[in-house]
Design a protein around this ligand. Structure first.
Ligand code: MUC
Ligand code: MG
Length: 367
C-alpha cells in the first residue's frame, strides 16, 4: 500500500455562537480538510483547525506546508511506515496542526487497511468518553443559562469556564454564579489562555477557594517562569499546561521545570502518535491529563474521542468534546450525538469520520 495523493481543502463554516476567550475569538471554522488517498483506494480523513494566536499556523500556511513540503516528501510511502513518515515530517519544525492532521489521516488508513477501529488499535480501553463543555466569555447569568441548558439537554455535568479577564472580579463573579446555580455536584474548572499574570492567578485562586474548582489551565504565559513556578507550588489544584505544551518535548520541559503539573492533550495539534508520547510521559511522571478541545468540528471531536477512549488515563476525566454544537453545520456525514453526557467511539474500520460530499461542496473555498 502506498499513499498516492494528499488533499488539503480549505473550507469555512460559521459558528452560531462564536467562542470568545482571553487569547482570541472564533466566529467561523476556517479549517483545512486533509485527505490522504492510497493506491488501493483507501482514504484517510482528518481536520486541521488553524490557530494563529496559539501556534502561528493559518489556513493558508497549513495548505502551503502540506502541498509544498509534506505531500511531496511522503507521497509514495506506505502509511504503515509512520516512523519513517514522522522522521521526514519532523525535518520541518513547528506546524503541529498540519502534522497532527496528517498523522490522524494515516492512522485512519491503517484502521481501514486492517479492518479495525482506530480506538482499538490505539488501546481499546473503553467505548465512550464523558463530555466537558467549554463556556466562552459572556455575562455571568448567560453563562449559567448555557450551562443549565447543556446539562438538561445533553446530560453534560462538567464545564470549563474561559477566564483571564480584567478586572479579575468579572471572572470571580462568573465562577460564583455558576457554582451557586449548578450546585456542588457539577465539575467546574478554569482556562485563562494566558490572560492573567501568575500573581493574578494566585489571587483568583485565593478568592475562589470555597468554590471547589478542579483545574486551572494556562493561567499565564509559561515564559513567566519564576512566578509561574511559584503559582504551581502554591496552587491547591493542578495547573494544566495547554498551549505551552504542544509537543512531548514541551510537555517534558514544563513538567520538569515546575511550569505545570497536569497536561491538556489535543489530538488536533499532536495527532495520535505524539499524543501517545505525551500521554506516556504524563503516566510515567504521575500527572493528570485532560483531553482538550481546539474548538473542534465533529471530525476533530471524533478524533479526540477515538484517542481519549482508547486509554485509561485519558478517560478518567471528561474530555472537551461539545463545542461543535456551536457551529451552524459540519462536514461529518453521520452526526455525532451526545447521550447521557457521553460520546461513543465508532466501531467501524478507521476513525469513522466519513465526509458528506454535498456539504464539502457547499463549504469548500477552493472552487
Ligand atoms: C483551549 O483549551 O484553550 C481556545 C483556542 C483554541 O485553539 O483552543 C481553545 C480552547
Ligand atoms: Mg486551553
Amino acid at each position: 500500500m502506498k499513499s498516492e495523493r494528499i488533499e488539503a481543502i480549505p473550507y469555512s463554516i460559521p459558528y452560531v455562537k462564536p467562542l470568545k476567550f482571553a487569547s482570541g475569538e472564533v466566529a467561523d471554522a476556517e479549517h483545512v480538510l486533509i485527505r490522504v488517498h492510497t493506491d488501493d483506494g483507501l482514504v484517510g480523513t482528518a481536520d486541521a483547525p488553524p490557530r494563529p494566536f496559539t501556534y502561528g499556523e493559518t489556513q493558508e500556511s497549513i495548505i502551503a506546508v502540506i502541498n509544498k513540503i509534506f505531500a511531496p516528501a511522503i507521497t509514495g510511502l506506505d502509511p504503515l511506515e509512520r516512523g519513517k513518515i514522522h522522521h521526514i515530517l519532523n525535518r520541518t519544525i513547528h506546524n503541529q496542526v498540519a502534522k497532527g492532521a496528517l498523522d490522524i489521516a494515516l492512522w485512519d488508513i491503517v484502521g481501514k487497511a486492517t479492518a479495525t477501529p482506530v480506538h482499538r488499535l490505539l488501546g481499546g480501553f473503553t467505548d465512550s468518553m464523558e463530555v466537558s463543555h467549554m463556556l466562552g466569555f459572556k455575562p455571568a447569568q448567560q453563562l449559567l443559562e448555557e450551562a443549565l441548558s447543556f446539562r438538561e439537554t445533553y446530560g453534560i455535568n462538567t464545564f470549563k469556564l474561559k477566564v483571564g479577564r480584567r478586572p479579575l472580579a468579572l471572572d470571580i463573579e462568573a465562577c460564583r454564579v455558576l457554582r451557586a446555580g449548578l450546585g456542588q455536584d457539577t465539575e467546574l474548572y478554569l482556562d485563562a489562555n494566558r490572560g492573567w499574570t501568575a500573581n493574578e492567578a494566585l489571587e483568583v485562586l485565593r478568592r475562589t477557594s470555597d468554590l471547589g474548582l478542579s483545574l486551572l489551565e494556562e493561567p499565564c504565559d509559561a515564559k513567566e517562569v519564576v512566578s509561574r513556578r511559584r503559582l504551581v507550588q502554591k496552587s491547591p489544584i493542578p495547573v494544566v499546561g495547554d498551549e505551552s505544551v504542544p509537543t512531548a518535548g514541551d510537555a517534558s520541559r514544563e513538567l520538569l521545570s515546575g511550569g505545570c503539573d497536569a497536561i491538556s492533550i489535543k489530538t488536533a495539534r499532536s495527532g495520535f502518535t505524539e499524543a501517545q508520547q505525551i500521554l506516556g510521559l504524563c503516566i510515567g511522571l504521575g500527572v493528570d491529563v485532560v483531553m482538550g478541545n481546539q474548538i473542534d468540528t465533529q471530525i476533530g471531536t471524533l478524533a479526540t474521542v477515538t484517542f481519549g477512549a482508547a486509554h485509561e488515563a485519558t478517560s478518567r476525566r471528561a474530555g472537551e468534546l461539545s463545542n461543535y454544537l456551536d457551529m451552524a453545520d459540519d462536514l461529518l456525514a453521520e452526526p455525532i450525538s451526545i447521550q447521557n453526557g457521553r460520546i461513543a467511539v465508532r466501531d467501524v474500520p478507521g476513525v469513522g469520520a466519513d465526509v458528506d460530499a454535498d456539504k464539502l461542496g457547499r463549504y469548500r473555498q477552493d472552487r
